[in-house]
Design a binder for this molecule. Structure first.
Ligand code: SF4
Ligand code: SF4
Length: 132
């Protein structure tokens, strides 16, 4: 039985913690389509300056330890918010995080939006976790 039977409140506080840490943002075909459609960059520009590969998978480039290349630390915002990839859209309701309460509890320490804002039902969370 899931630990989120009663749902979970979440509202992004735009703190940038999840965008400014070291890690990979994977880009799936539908993400690439969205990026080309909505980011304002052409496919060539994206491939040349913003995408990379790790073990054969396409990922967003990072700024080393400062996190995602699209995170604007001064404005505290994502430069491609409307075009952001599925991994960003579905956070924090990732399978890997809601799978076990211990994993989830660690994430709540990093994300101040968890426990705030609107209530996501168990059904909604299960739908979101299956998008990735
Ligand atoms: S850590 Fe949570 S509150 Fe902060 S930007 Fe990421 S999702 Fe939003
Ligand atoms: S694409 Fe935007 S939302 Fe996703 S990690 Fe980068 S800055 Fe954050």
């Amino acid at each position: 039985m899931s630990f989120y039977k009663e749902g979970i409140r979440f509202e992004c506080k735009q703190c940038g913690n999840c965008c400014s840490i070291k890690g990979y943002v994977f880009i799936f075909p539908k993400d690439l389509e969205r990026l080309v459609e909505k980011s304002g960059f052409t496919l060539e520009e994206l491939e040349r300056s913003y995408l990379s590969t790790v073990d054969g998978y396409t990922v967003l480039r990072s700024r080393g330890d400062e996190g995602c290349i699209f995170w604007d630390a001064i404005e505290k915002s994502c430069n491609i918010y409307e075009a952001r990839p599925t991994q960003c859209r579905t956070f924090p309701f990732w399978k890997s995080l809601v799978y076990r309460k211990e994993k989830w509890d660690k994430e709540t320490a990093m994300c101040p939006g968890i426990g705030e804002g609107r209530l996501y039902t168990e059904v909604e969370i299960d739908e979101i976790k299956n998008l990735l």
